[in-house]
Ligand binder design. Structure first.
Ligand code: ATP
Ligand code: MG
Length: 297
C-alpha cells in the first residue's frame, strides 16, 4: 500500500456530518477491508511518524495554527499506546499531552470547560488530550451521580442537560476553529470481545498486571449505555472543522496507522511553511556575522 492509498483509506473513518452517523455501521475489527497487511504496517507507520515530525517543525515557527487531538475510548482500547507510537518522532517541546481524570474539587467548582481551556495548546503546538471534554457527555451521562457533584443550579440541571452540553461543546469547537485550532477527535473503537481479551491478558501477564483496574470491569457492565452516549456525542459534534475519526481499534497496528495519517493529512491541508526571511532580517543576519567575526578568539 502506498501512502497515497492510505490517505484515501483513512477518509473512510472520518465523520463530518453527524446527522447521518451510525456507530453500528463501524466495524471495530476492520483493517481497511484487507487492503493493508500487518507486515507492511511498521514501515508505513515509521513513514507517517516521520512526516508528522517534519510538519510539526513547520507548525512551530509559523506560530499561527494550533492542533488539538482528543482521544476517547473504552478502557483498554489503546489510547496510551496510540499516543506513544504516533507522537514518538515529534519534538517533545512541540507537544503537550494532558490526561483528564476524574475532576477534583477545584475543577468541580468551575464550569466544565474550565479545565479544558487551561490545557489548550498555544499556537504552533500540538495538544493531545487523553480523554477530554467529551467525558462530560459520556461517563457523566452514564453515571448521573457524577453530574450531581457539579454544583449546577437545579433549574439548569433538567432533562435537556445532555442536549445542551453537546451544543455547548459544538459551539466551543466552532469558536476554537475560528481561532486557528485544527481539531481532530479520535474514537478508538474496540469491540466488547476484544476488550475482554485485553483485560484477560492484563490478568494473565505479570508485566501487565499493573494496568488492571477493578473499576474498568464495572464500566464494562455499562457497555451499551456508553455506546449510546458515543453515538449521540459523535452525531452532535462531527463537523468539517472538528471531525471525528471512528478508528477501528481491535487491531492496534491498524489504529496507529489511521491516527497518524489523519494527523498528517490535517497538517498538510494547512500549507505550512517556515516564515520567509525579509530584507531587514537579512541585513541583521549580515550585521551579526560581522560582529561575530570581529571577536578575538
Ligand atoms: P489508564 O487506565 O490507561 O491509566 P485512563 O484514562 O483510563 O487511563 P484512569 O485514571 O484509569 O485513566 O481513569 C480516569 C477516569 O476519570 C476515567 O474513568 C474517566 O471516565 C474519568 N473521568 C475523566 N473525565 C471525567 C469527568 N469530566 N467527569 C467524571 N469522570 C471523568
Ligand atoms: Mg483506566
Amino acid at each position: 500500500m502506498t501512502q497515497k492509498q492510505l490517505r484515501k483509506l483513512v477518509e473512510r473513518y472520518r465523520v463530518t456530518a453527524g446527522s447521518h452517523f451510525r456507530l453500528k455501521d463501524h466495524d471495530p475489527a476492520d483493517r481497511g477491508g484487507g487492503l493493508v497487511n500487518h507486515d507492511e504496517s511498521a514501515t508505513l507507520l515509521a513513514d507517517g511518524v516521520q512526516r508528522l515530525a517534519a510538519l510539526q517543525e513547520k507548525l512551530y515557527p509559523q506560530d499561527q495554527w494550533a492542533m488539538l487531538c482528543a482521544f476517547q475510548a473504552m478502557d483498554a482500547a489503546g489510547k496510551d499506546g496510540t499516543i506513544k507510537h504516533v507522537m514518538s518522532g515529534v519534538n517533545p517541546q512541540g507537544v503537550e499531552v494532558t490526561s483528564f481524570k476524574q475532576p477534583g474539587p477545584e475543577e468541580l467548582a468551575h464550569d466544565f470547560l474550565w479545565r479544558i481551556s487551561r490545557r489548550l495548546p498555544q499556537r504552533g503546538k500540538i495538544g493531545v488530550f487523553n480523554r477530554s471534554h467529551y467525558e462530560e457527555v459520556l461517563v457523566v451521562r452514564v453515571h448521573p451521580e457524577l453530574l450531581a457533584r457539579q454544583h449546577l443550579p437545579p433549574a439548569l440541571n433538567g432533562r435537556k442537560v445532555w442536549q445542551h452540553r453537546l451544543k455547548d461543546i459544538a459551539s466551543f469547537e466552532r469558536y476554537l476553529s475560528r481561532q486557528g485550532f485544527v481539531i481532530l477527535k479520535f474514537f478508538l473503537n474496540i469491540s466488547r470481545a476484544e476488550q475482554k481479551r485485553r483485560f484477560l491478558a492484563r490478568l494473565d501477564t505479570p508485566d501487565k498486571n499493573w494496568k488492571f483496574s477493578a473499576a474498568d470491569i464495572a464500566e464494562r457492565g455499562h457497555w451499551d449505555d456508553y455506546m449510546a452516549a458515543y453515538q449521540d456525542a459523535i452525531a452532535a459534534t462531527a463537523t468539517e472543522h472538528a471531525p471525528w475519526y471512528v478508528v477501528p481499534a481491535d487491531h492496534k497496528w491498524f489504529a496507529h496507522l489511521v491516527v497518524v495519517e489523519a494527523m498528517v493529512a490535517a497538517l498538510e491541508d494547512l500549507d505550512l511553511h517556515v516564515p520567509e526571511v525579509t530584507d531587514k532580517m537579512r541585513a541583521e543576519l549580515a550585521a551579526a556575522r560581522v560582529k561575530l567575526e570581529a571577536e578575538d578568539g
